[in-house]
Design a binder for this molecule. Sequence first.
Ligand code: GDP
Ligand code: MG
Length: 191
Amino acid sequence: MEIGIVGLPNVGKSTIFNALTSGNAAASNYPFTTIEPNVGVVGVPDARLGRLTEIAKPKKTIPASCRFVDIAGLVKGAASGEGLGNKFLANIREVDAILHMVRLFKDPDVIHTMGGVDFKRDIDVIETELMLADLESISKQYDKVSGKAKSGDKAAKEAMTVLDTSRAASRRASRLAPSASTRKSCRSSRC
Ligand SMILES: Nc1nc2c(ncn2[C@@H]2O[C@H](COP(=O)(O)OP(=O)(O)O)[C@@H](O)[C@H]2O)c(=O)[nH]1
Ligand SMILES: [Mg+2]
């Protein structure tokens, strides 16, 4: 299982990554300290595994593992290329689950890239960027599959049903937060 840690810059993503993995990812008071994602693998403790090892006496016992990926900070407009933009959204696409880190601590020594602590706004910014990135992926896939569906491909027709539903849901969701970046990205993805 792979878990990607996302959030605005300077919210404590690398700090939580280090705590979870005993890692040594650079954590510092500079937005975008993390560029290439840090990856850490930790074993998942399970008492039953020890008991099973005693019974079965295998040559090797390998616990299940969890991979944490410390992804660089996203900023408002990432889906339309702001900040270090789409590259990080691609990192996010590859994980099984997303851990969204939100800053609640006030510390004048740690720059807040949005000007100050406001967790509702911050959650909204990140969730909107993720929705826009989803919408863009769906639109690309839609264009690819629709041609095949028109020519009668059965699998493509089935995929179109799913894509239609996802695209409609994604459009509804992104309309709930129509910021300037939303409108710009929607134009480019024909929504
Ligand atoms: N005061 C305070 N500082 C924190 C906390 N979590 C992280 N920091 C500091 O905030 C800065 C940015 O943290 P980092 O983990 O690099 O953030 P990232 O950009 O989201 O990866 C570092 O100087 C951390 O030591 C916290 O809970 N309280
Ligand atoms: Mg970091």
